[in-house]
Design a protein around this ligand. Sequence first.
Ligand code: 4NP
Length: 179
Amino acid sequence: MTTEPATAVLPPRRGSSDGGPYRIALVCLGNICRSPMAEVVLSSMVEESGLADRVEVVSSGTGDWHVGKPMDRRAAATLTTHGYDATRHRAQQFHPTWHDDHDLVLVMDSSNLADVGPGEEGRVRMFRDFDPRAEPGSGDGADRDVPDPYYGDDDGFEHVLGIVRRTSAEIVRQLGQLG
Ligand code: 4NP
């Protein structure tokens, strides 16, 4: 018996790897709060771990309202306070072809999961399936949601950043073992 919470395991590279990077797409609803925060933090950890040549991280939203816009100013402020660069993000919309173009699609909540569709088996997961502190799932994924901070106050963005940091650390740990 182990007391460590079990996290999901990254799917292997697609098919016969062409030597290109392992491609991860992070998806939320608007692509101005949660998935951009995750993109900035995960990319930063990938770089710090010396994996920048082997891993590519992008993000998108299932909705199109904010396409071309920078991050929500509260999301950007939270990242900036913690030393991250939030200036480069521009929102884009998820397209079904992203399933074929990525090794892994990580969604922020269960409605995103429904909106992106099934994709290839094992390649669409909840982001928090990799959260070392997530409770065991009940099946529908809702207990693995990264709460949407858009309509809340600033504390919600700090809360999201905490989830994103510990979950990204686990993803990077596994990326280092992928080969
Ligand atoms: P996100 O948050 O999905 O984390 O980027 C939202 C951003 C915008 C809206 C909803 C959620 N919106 O309705 O415009």
